[in-house]
Design a protein around this ligand. Structure first.
Ligand code: ZN
Length: 138
């Protein structure tokens, strides 16, 4: 069995941002030379997510609105977590949007359903953060 690992780095200019990282993951798969297997992609931080959905700007605005209803950023004082930090909302948003995705690798390609794309979801940005890509197979 072959194994491949790579870390991707992000430093978003905004506190919250969604980035389509499908091209980077496809590049990893190409470098791995794995044709059949599994591809794991996970955020290495507890205030960021990796998730799969549609690359449609209206939907991304809907995610932002929905997440702000569930866990508003402000007032910061509403979260017990916010004493030394101000990112209580980001931890909650990350939990809802998920830590990782696993995509099947078939015939050397990411085996997506219709319109599926992989996103990095940042909820406490403006600093350098990592995403792990691990691919196993043959
Ligand atoms: Zn925190």
């Amino acid at each position: 069995m072959k194994s491949y690992k790579k870390e991707l780095y992000f430093n978003t200019p905004m506190r919250r941002q969604f980035i389509n990282i499908t091209p980077q993951v496809e590049q990893c798969l190409s470098e791995s030379d794995i044709k059949e297997g599994l591809c794991l992609v996970n955020a290495m931080h507890i205030t960021a997510s990796v998730f799969i959905n549609d690359d449609e700007s209206g939907l991304h605005q809907d995610f932002e609105t929905w997440l702000e209803k569930l866990a508003p950023e402000k007032p910061y004082s509403q979260y017990h977590h916010n004493s030394a930090e101000d990112n209580g909302d980001a931890h909650l948003k990350r939990t809802i949007m998920g830590r990782e995705v696993v995509v099947a690798v078939t015939d050397g390609r990411l085996d997506f359903g219709p319109w599926e794309q992989i996103f990095y979801g940042e909820f406490d940005g403006r600093r350098k953060k990592r995403v792990l890509v691990k691919i196993i197979g043959e």
